[in-house]
Design a protein around this ligand. Structure first.
Ligand code: PGA
Length: 246
């Protein structure tokens, strides 16, 4: 398994804390059937369901047509960490990816970039591809600090052993997540160019209110290697429209 940049766009669905077993199964089955029905497609799809669903969904028929990821992992391999999940546990369930440093983790769980880096090392040690999220807040952008904030987050979150085969970066401006506001084409172009200068050949995803109606434009922007989709990944038709815009 490799995240090496290719012509295929990487389309990642982050279900966040949504869905019980029946919803997750129905959504996966519908997606898998729709993918099977297509003769060829130009995307790699990764689904990141709540941890409670991963084991069941990865063993559904056809589930190998998509790849699977966790939404977070602990930095340690095992131990007395009540409620946490290790990278090896995700890998054991069939995951190949894990999202790390999502702004909801950085904000709600006070995760620093140093913590994200430790988690990324753990992900790599377990053979997972780390999707490391970065992005500025509204106040930081207004203050003209967006590039500096993202540079700092990249430098402190990406571990030394990161390569295009084990690490993907996701640029997610905090003010665009779940708000319906998408960064402008120019903002995305400029920030992705900035990030490219920092991360070399790592794939760079855009995330923040990606939907069927804006996916094609976002995905054709230089240095956008895919998208990280929250809300719209819960709707099969919408998510497929995004994926097939690739
Ligand atoms: P959104 O979330 O697509 O609902 O804005 C994106 C994300 O948080 O990854």
């Amino acid at each position: 398994m490799s995240a090496t940049k290719s012509a295929q766009k990487l389309i990642v669905g982050n279900w966040k804390m949504n869905g019980l077993l029946a919803d997750g199964e129905a959504r996966t089955e519908e997606l898998v059937e729709a993918i099977k029905a297509r003769k060829s497609f130009l995307f790699d799809m990764v689904l990141c369901p709540p941890a409670t669903l991963i084991g069941v969904l990865t063993s559904l028929g056809g589930s190998s047509l998509v790849k699977w990821g966790g939404q977070d992992c602990h930095a340690k391999e095992s131990g007395a960490f009540t409620g946490d999940i290790s990278a090896a546990m995700l890998q054991d369930l069939g995951c190949t990816y894990v999202i790390l440093g999502h702004s909801e983790r950085r904000q709600n769980h006070k995760e620093s970039s140093a913590t994200v880096q430790e988690k990324a090392k753990a992900a790599h040690a377990a053979g997972l591809i780390a999707i490391i999220c970065v992005g500025e807040t509204d106040a930081e952008r207004t203050a003209g600090k967006a590039n500096d904030i993202v540079s700092e987050q990249l430098a402190a979150s990406i571990p030394a052993g990161a390569t295009a085969a084990n690490t993907v970066v996701a640029y997610e401006p905090v003010w665009a997540i779940g708000t319906g506001k998408t960064a402008s084409a120019d903002d995305i172009l400029n920030m992705h160019q900035h990030i490219r200068g920092k991360v070399g050949d790592l794939a760079i995803l855009y995330g923040g209110s990606v939907k069927g109606s804006n996916a094609a434009e976002i995905l054709k922007t230089p240095n956008v290697d895919g998208v990280l989709v929250g809300g719209a990944s819960l709707k099969v038709e919408e998510f497929l429209t995004i994926a097939t815009a690739a």
